[in-house]
Ligand binder design. Structure first.
Ligand code: NAD
Ligand code: TYD
Length: 337
């Protein structure tokens, strides 16, 4: 059955990959992208999504009037909320916008979901709400029952949003699901996150800034596997449930950096150890048993294959990230209504 789905934050990294994933998997679905085009939103990214079943709306999830009129007009079958401020380092510099977008924006979407009786609201959350795990306990993983224990203003804002989503479910019976995914990588990731920063810098023979000793561990997931999981949750996930998403691809940052250096044929002398991030989480690691057992999800792309695909994409799409580095991408308004 065809559906009309609101994808917020679809001009960003994961939201855009989700739009492409869904267009391929469900060509009959109509997808409406609502994005305010912050520094992280890029309309070039959505160029390939243009079709009769796709609409781009410029606007913020915090704009109650706009959101309500969009819900009234479109009569959505589902909302998938990717829109967020997403970078930990920026949240340390300036937390306020994280609280506004990530918490209050979520509230507006939940209110609109209730008012217009949307049958499903899906919140895209993160494993960072669980805080971190120690390096010397490789037997420990985040499950859905791990207590919320946040470290950064970013993760605190995402955790607050999750609490609000669950509170709306309990109080108003809002039909919600939440997914908490580990670190994603793949095409269209903004060159401020570890992997694209390292690829872009290495190609330009610039220093590769590794925080602290580079021993922090992240559980990397190829972005399409995240998109697949969200699609499966929309189809068969149980209302009121949280699903962790991760593929047991744990890597220390320094090993990721060395893999990139090797793949682009540069020298490890580019590595430079810089002052650590305050409050830096040591290790993230997801236990994905629930989504595997309930929905049959499994990751299709392991790190060694995914990182090579990603590097190849950045090599073949240098215009995309050079436009960002130069700031030119901000001048493009091809989808404005
Ligand atoms: P991103 O920063 O690349 O993209 C965010 C998008 O949201 C941008 O297009 C931006 O313009 C838009 N946006 C920001 N504020 C908005 C607002 N007020 N109204 C409308 N649009 C707004 O982020 P991402 O890496 O694609 O992450 C997407 C979601 O997934 C976030 O909610 C993030 O917390 C979550 N997540 C990310 C990762 C990861 O590794 N990147 C892992 C787990 C979960
Ligand atoms: P990041 O991509 O910002 O994601 P997150 O903080 O959400 O996990 O960072 C991934 C890891 O890489 C994290 O441990 C911080 C580290 N890092 C660096 O060492 N250097 C960098 O330039 C960046 C951006 C991150």
């Amino acid at each position: 059955m065809s559906k009309n789905i609101l994808v917020t934050g679809g001009a960003g990294f994961i939201g855009s990959n989700f739009i492409y994933y869904m267009q391929k998997k469900h060509p009959d679905y109509r997808l409406v992208c609502l994005d305010s085009l912050t520094y992280a939103g890029n309309l070039h990214t959505l160029e390939g999504a243009r079709c009769d079943n796709f609409r781009f709306v410029l606007g913020s999830i915090t704009d109650r009037e706009l959101v309500f009129s969009l819900f009234e007009e479109e009569k959505f079958d589902a909302v998938v909320n990717f829109a967020a401020e997403s970078h930990v380092d920026r949240s340390i510099e300036d937390p306020e916008v994280f609280l506004r977008t990530n918490i209050l924006g979520t509230q507006v979407l939940l209110d609109a979901t209730n008012k217009f009786g949307v049958p499903r609201y899906h919140q895209v959350s993160t494993d960072e709400v669980y805080g971190d795990l120690p390096l010397d306990r490789p037997d420990l993983f985040f499950t859905e029952d791990t207590p919320i224990h946040t470290s950064s203003p970013y993760s605190a804002s995402k955790a607050s949003a999750d609490l609000l989503v669950m509170a709306y479910h309990r109080t108003f019976k809002t039909p919600v699901t939440i997914s908490r995914c580990s670190n994603n990588y793949g095409p269209y990731q903004f060159p401020e996150k570890l992997i694209p920063v390292m690829i872009a810098n290495a190609l330009a023979d610039k220093k590769l800034p590794v925080y602290g000793e580079g021993l922090n561990v992240r559980d990397w997931l190829y972005v399409d596997d995240h998109c697949k999981a969200i699609d499966m949750i929309l189809e068969n996930g149980r209302i009121g449930e949280v699903y962790n998403i991760g593929g047991h691809n744990e890597k220390a940052n320094i090993d990721v950096v060395k893999t990139i250096i090797k793949a682009v044929g540069k020298d490890e002398s580019l590595i430079t150890y810089v002052t650590d991030r305050p409050g830096h989480d040591m290790r993230y690691a997801i236990d994905p048993e629930k989504i595997k057992n309930e929905l049959g999800w499994y990751p299709e792309t392991l790190f060694n294959e995914g990182i090579q695909k990603t590097i190849k994409w950045y090599l073949e799409n240098e215009d995309w990230w050079q436009n960002i580095l130069s700031g030119e991408y901000k001048n493009y308004r091809g989808f404005d209504e």
